[in-house]
Design a binder for this molecule. Structure first.
Ligand code: PLP
Length: 374
């Protein structure tokens, strides 16, 4: 029996064509195609007066976003333990301290009331995750940030294309960052980007992205190098190459199609599972949600048995996440109570979701879950 993977990238002949065209240009590093990808991201997100800086991963996007926002040694950044460890590592890379907060039981995003209890004079920023593409409590996050003078760096790695109040995430707010890793809705094999509203911070991000070298971005965007340059700040080697960007360009052209196909699968799952006692479906009808994963909650300690049942039917699953406060390296980081996180991480189960799922795949997943609870 053909197994159904949890993730599968959607790479078609269009992507191959973009890739070979980019190779033919002969300028493989960061260049005009990187710029084109940034422009297409800006157009897709509907940005006005906001700017995109593409990077080689989402983790590096967050790292330089923190540095551009002035976060460094002595500062604390609040994020959730229920998140991928990339965020916590990037905060440490910036020299700041990780403070972990619990989540809400509904959207599995940050619990703002609990976050407020963690704020100290050292708290400089908050990094809320839009889990599974579903917006977190944005109003609460920005209210808290305003009250305590915090920067907000939204982790929209799961939510490229998600809307809030009719506007796409990234088109408003403080700083938003995305990942285009191999399994995301839109991939550039590996990649990410930062969206900011300040042209000064864009300049900083450009320097931080490429070893602190001035002029490099403007010249490289023309597929050439600046041979007369100065170094103005700290910097990393986080640029996105033309080759990776060409994959991103091919993918973003089809983003609306990818999102619609995923929404369709998510709706079929939720329709099939809503009536089952013993599970909780995501709290959305997926309108305006760009779903990276479909996260079903399996109650009453039955998740492992369901995983085994699905495995026998050739259905692969994932678990997002192991909470970061349980990892040895972060076990001593400051945190609040983790009552909801500790329960939810026993329940979450990521079901197969990608843009190439055939109706019989969806049916096999649905039947697999239903037969377990029958
Ligand atoms: C929630 C979350 N944050 C951060 C990241 C890091 O992104 P990247 O893998 O592109 O560095 C990912 C992707 O793995 C993610 O899913």
């Amino acid at each position: 029996m053909e197994r159904i993977p949890v993730f599968r990238p959607h790479i078609g002949v269009d992507t191959l064509k973009h890739l070979t065209d980019a190779l033919d240009v002969g300028w493989l590093g960061m260049g005009a195609t990187t710029k084109e990808f940034e422009e297409r991201i800006a157009a897709f997100l509907g940005l006005e007066g906001r700017f995109v800086v593409a990077t080689n991963t989402g983790t590096s996007a967050f790292h330089i976003a923190l540095r551009a926002a002035g976060i460094g040694p002595g500062d604390e950044v609040i994020t959730t333990s229920f998140n991928y460890v990339a965020d916590h590592q990037a905060i440490r890379m910036a020299g700041a301290e990780v403070v972990m907060c619990d989540i809400r039981d509904d959207n599995l995003g940050i619990d703002v009331a609990k976050a407020e209890a963690l704020v100290t004079p050292r708290t400089k920023a908050i990094d809320p995750l839009h889990f599974a593409g579903i917006p977190c409590d944005m109003e609460g996050v920005y209210r808290l940030a305003k009250k305590h003078g915090l920067r907000v760096l939204e982790d929209a790695s799961h939510a490229f294309g998600t809307e809030q109040g009719g506007r796409k995430l990234g088109s408003f707010g403080d700083i938003t960052w995305f990942s285009f890793d191999p399994v995301k809705v839109v991939t550039s094999i590996d990649g990410g980007c930062v969206v900011v509203g300040s042209s000064e911070e864009v300049q900083q991000l450009h320097r931080l992205r490429l070893l602190g070298v001035d002029k490099d971005t403007t010249e490289r965007y023309k597929n050439r190098r600046a041979w007369d340059y100065d170094v103005l700040s700290e910097g990393y080697r986080y640029h996105l190459t033309n080759i990776m960007a060409s994959v991103g360009v091919s993918q973003i052209k089809r983003a609306a199609e990818f999102i619609a196909s995923r929404q369709k699968v998510c709706r079929a799952y939720s329709d099939a599972f809503r009536g089952i006692r013993g599970v909780k479906v995501p709290p959305t009808d997926f309108t305006g949600v760009s779903p990276f994963i479909y996260s079903l909650r399996v109650l009453n300690g039955r998740r492992e048995a369901l995983i085994a049942h699905l495995d026998q039917r050739g259905v692969e699953v994932g678990i997002h996440f192991i909470p970061v406060h349980k990892h040895r390296f972060f076990a001593s980081s400051r945190r609040g109570g983790m009552e909801v996180t500790d329960r939810v991480v026993q329940e979450v189960l990521t079901l197969p979701l990608h843009s190439l799922m055939r109706p019989d795949h969806v049916q096999r997943v649905v039947e697999g879950v239903r037969s377990f609870f029958a």
